[in-house]
Design a protein around this ligand. Sequence first.
Ligand SMILES: [Zn+2]
Length: 226
Amino acid sequence: MFTSGPRTGGKTVALTFDADMTADQGPRAAEGERFDNPQLIATLRALKVPATVFMTGRWAEQYPIQARGIGRDPLFEVANHSYSHYAFTADCYGLPTIDEDRMRADVERAYTAFRRAGVPDAKPYFRFPGGCYDQRALRALSATGVTAVQWDVVGGDAFATDADAVARQVLDWVRPGSVVVLHCTRSAAPTTERAIRTIVPELRRQGYRFVKVSELIGAVASGGLT
Ligand SMILES: [Zn+2]
């Protein structure tokens, strides 16, 4: 379980964006609900902010061109947020729960969806839907050889209506090595792009450098940032 990088040796921070879409939300997407957020991705590109996108397989199926664009842009890396976005424990924010014997297949199905969308090298990192896990879920995940990645800073952008409040919360809690969880799903997190336009310049002013999760994990493995 990875939750943050080194606290010393440099002011780095990893912004992560969960691209949520639940397996049963296809009909809502067909009616026009937007689970993507192309403006957010465009802003990250304009500001040159490296970021890690924890994508569901279902999202990659719904938005293959965007998934491929993110996956082939060296500014970003794609990691796994399950195929179905069903919870790996009971009682997880009202998400449907996946059976234990389907957990491994759900993780692997997401990688299949990424490959089909044209994402060349999705990372072996996994974020549990809703962030919910227990020993059983960790056991199922370890069978896939994928590392669980959580966070130490909650952006609070899910269903937020006040971009400034989201920005303040992130700016209050970021420390060197932090992993910040935000969302790349406009219908469920409509203020994220605006919050980013505040967060990024302010953290840079404080001397922070934005990195992908893989750089933080690499720094922990090698005992410091290079
Ligand atoms: Zn999620």
